[in-house]
Design a protein around this ligand. Sequence first.
Ligand code: ADP
Length: 400
Amino acid sequence: MVHPEDYDKIQASIDDQIADTGNQHNMDYVVYRIIRKDGTVRWVDDYGHFATLPGYGEVYYVFIGDITDTRLAAEEKERAEGLALALEAAEQANVAKIAFLSNMSHEIRTPITAILGMNEMIQREAEAPGILEYSENIRKAGVSLLGIISDILDFSKIETGRMELQNEDYSLSSVLVDLYNLVRFRTEAKGLDLEFSIDPSLPRILFGDEIKVKQIISNLLTNAAKYTEKGRVVFEMKLEEKLSDSVRIAVSVTDTGIGIRKEDMERLFEPFDRLDPKKTRSIEGSGLGLAITRQLLSLMGSDLKVESKYEEGSKFFFILTQKAAVEKPIGPIDIDRLAHENPDSSRKHALFTAPGMKLLVEDDTPMNLQVIAGLLKRTRMHIDVAVSGEECIKKFGADH
Ligand code: ADP
């Protein structure tokens, strides 16, 4: 039986053939479906043809062939080609998106750095408390914006495979002090307990990418502090296993915060995705931190794991494998005492003066030159500036 949807097509073809009386010896070709007795559908092609047969006179006869297999193969090929095209278009769109994010964040970083630099000069020179308060707010907003922009840059670097590890020797205690200093302002402001539990048998000097290790742990510590209103944040580093020249360290950050719903767990690492909007709307964030953290860990051959109870708290943990550059153990650590002995180095102002010294600074953004010259004013050095490499070489040459 002819497939009902194809009746009209066949009828039209026969009508054409009958109407075309002047040309009745042309072949008529039509493709349609038939339904077999067992209900299966087959594709056929059908050649219709008028002819005069001796003894029969004018007849119209048809050849019908089953073309189902070739037809399905062609359809499958077309579908696969369509999919490949769609995939390519999606990949191109993704590359364009990442390139846009990367260029945009790079462009935005330059003026923010200038704003923060200018603001630092206001903080150093202004005395009126009102102005200093405005200026402190500019600093906080600027630093937070810079954090978001850096996250976007990192994310685009990871997505395009341009993120690489820079391994070198580093001191574990100096990393711990930096992390402690970074997070304690947040926890102190919220009245949270901050506990660092560090295994004394960990090696004193490790070999690995210190900046990225710090970035991973500080993302987790900052989140713990951000998403906890009461209770505590505990950071733990435990020697899990000692291998011939490296160590496996179990690292964890535990909080007593808002927790994560079971059904939200899968979305936790989605870039730009933030969970539980009712609770997190007023907390700053871009939804990129965990996506970056997980990718950085994967660069180091590790994986980020989470355990959480909604409204009770969360634990983020992973295994960090680093070479032991100096095996001597770090020993018992009193992190609070250490942190007070080594205040955050980035907050130190220039403590030296060098009157007589000449300094030539080159940057293609004139405002940055103004900032650098302003920030170094206290050193009483003679500062000269150049806005291009060419000008720099010229000025350097003239002086030497
Ligand atoms: P951000 O904090 O910038 O929004 P993240 O990628 O670091 O981005 O985190 C994604 C989301 O996961 C957060 O918006 C928050 O909803 C949830 N989240 C992350 N860490 C915690 C935590 N310690 N406790 C509860 N929720 C968390």
